[in-house]
Design a binder for this molecule. Structure first.
Ligand code: SF4
Ligand code: SF4
Length: 438
């Protein structure tokens, strides 16, 4: 049986999907000369630096401490000397304090404190271990994982889903992780289940990655409560609400969270990080990222947090043509980087270079009321009507038409024959509605 949801699109043709160039490329490590590690990589208050310029730091050493109720620490991703603490521009163009470290290439680890095997570690200490390791959602959401593992008492979770759909265009990092380290991902799921006291765990993978399904099924054999669900390949199959509905038939209520329907969803990369934190005591200092598009050697790279996009692009053979745009993430939901000096963060699953021709935004024409955007919307919205309201500046009306339910998946923009900028309009509208408390 294959699971799916209503709406969505099929960017399956290779030219649109863009996964072919990096698919099955073995994960390679990039050890950079320098890193610039942002304090603002997760949802919640930025972490506070606890080192100073000139300090020598060890790999995995805490260099910034959590601030506020949902904060997490930040760790050194190389050993070496702190050469500066400065405010730099992040991907979202916001300024953030960054700690710059010059790598001494010794990779000398700070003392690690493993809890034990994922099946034997004390269950009541797993969530704190995850927090201490600085883990947040690595699928792009950046939500601190220990908070997600601690739902309110009146919203008990009975199912943990690992999201291995990787439905975004261009990205193959999760696919390769599942192929190379399926046991680590299953270990991470078991650690999360034990930490949360949940007995059912499901690893969800699209049917364009059947080799990963096979590898994970083998790794999951004999593991208590763990199964694999095969999803029909469709975008945005990896959207949290779409995934939950496809697998459990439960609908997350409007404005609600997965825990409202007894589910918690984690990315497969996050699960791998949890396994390493529990069994090895390793904090989150690197992640697998796809570097592809107009580069000479499309790759899946294990990048230290704080590596510059430029270093990642260089490791992927450099650009193959004059770049027009560089995205963090895939082409549907990725964020255009302001420059290639920006740092790889914990949530950064892709660095995608588009040539100048591909980066051109087509000229929009008037809406022809074809209704394709309505059929494509996985959130069951009317994007055409929402666009009209937003263009008129009627944000209250857009809110009434449920614009806040928009998951900014860009399916509507993708299918629109008039090439209207639908999803960017809704993103802006949501931000204004939140900021103005409409
Ligand atoms: S897909 Fe584009 S042209 Fe068609 S109804 Fe929607 S907004 Fe209008
Ligand atoms: S961007 Fe929003 S409105 Fe457009 S298809 Fe996705 S959820 Fe629907």
């Amino acid at each position: 049986m294959k699971f799916s949801f209503k709406g969505g699109i099929h960017p399956l043709k290779e030219m649109h999907e863009g996964k072919g160039a990096s698919r099955h490329q073995p994960i390679r490590d990039l050890v950079p000369e320098t890193v610039s590690i942002p304090m603002d990589m997760h949802i919640g208050a930025p972490s506070a630096p606890c080192v100073q310029k000139g300090d020598r730091v060890l790999l995995g050493q805490v260099i910034a401490t959590p601030v506020g109720g949902i904060g997490i620490p930040v760790h050194a991703s190389v050993s070496g000397e702190v050469t500066g603490i400065e405010v730099r521009q992040l991907l979202n163009k916001q300024p953030s304090t960054c700690i710059n470290i010059t790598n001494d290439k010794l990779d000398e680890w700070a003392p690690l404190h493993p809890l034990g095997g994922v099946e034997t570690a004390p269950a009541d200490r797993i969530i704190q271990q995850v927090k201490d390791a600085g883990i947040c959602g690595m699928g792009g959401a950046c939500f601190p994982t220990h908070i997600k593992m601690s739902p309110p008492a009146d919203k008990p979770v009975d199912t943990v889903i690992l999201n291995g759909a990787e439905c975004e265009t261009f990205l193959t990092a999760d696919h390769q992780l599942l192929l190379e380290q399926p046991g680590l991902v299953v270990d991470g799921l078991r650690a999360i289940m034990r930490g949360m006291g949940v007995t059912r765990g499901i690893i969800a993978i699209e049917d364009n990655k059947m080799d990963a399904v096979k590898a994970v099924r083998e790794a999951a054999q004999g593991r208590e409560g763990v199964s694999v669900a095969v999803l029909r390949t469709k975008y945005p199959q990896g959207g949290e609400k779409q995934l939950i509905e496809a697998i459990t038939k439960r609908q997350v209520p409007s404005g609600g969270l997965p825990c409202d329907v007894g589910v918690a969803v984690f990315n497969v990369g996050t699960a791998a990080a949890v396994a390493e934190a529990v069994s090895l005591g390793k904090p989150l200092i690197s992640r697998v990222t796809t570097v592809t598009g107009a580069v000479n050697k499309p790759s899946n790279l294990r990048l230290r947090i704080g590596t510059s996009f430029q270093a990642a692009i260089d490791e992927a053979g450099g650009t193959s043509e004059e770049p027009g745009k560089v995205f963090a993430g895939g082409s549907m939901t990725g964020i255009a980087a302001p420059n290639t000096g920006v740092s790889v963060t914990k949530a950064n699953n892709g660095v995608v270079v588009l040539g100048q021709k591909d980066a051109v935004t087509p000229e929009p024409t008037p809406c022809i009321r074809c209704g394709r955007c309505v059929s494509a919307c996985p959130a069951k919205l009317n994007p055409q009507r929402l666009k009209e309201l937003c263009d008129m500046g009627n944000l209250a009306g857009a809110k009434k038409e449920h614009v806040m339910e928009c998951i900014i998946c860009a399916s509507c923009s993708y299918v629109c024959p008039a090439k209207l900028e639908l999803s960017p309009t809704f993103k802006e509208a949501k931000e204004k509605i939140t900021a103005r408390r409409i």
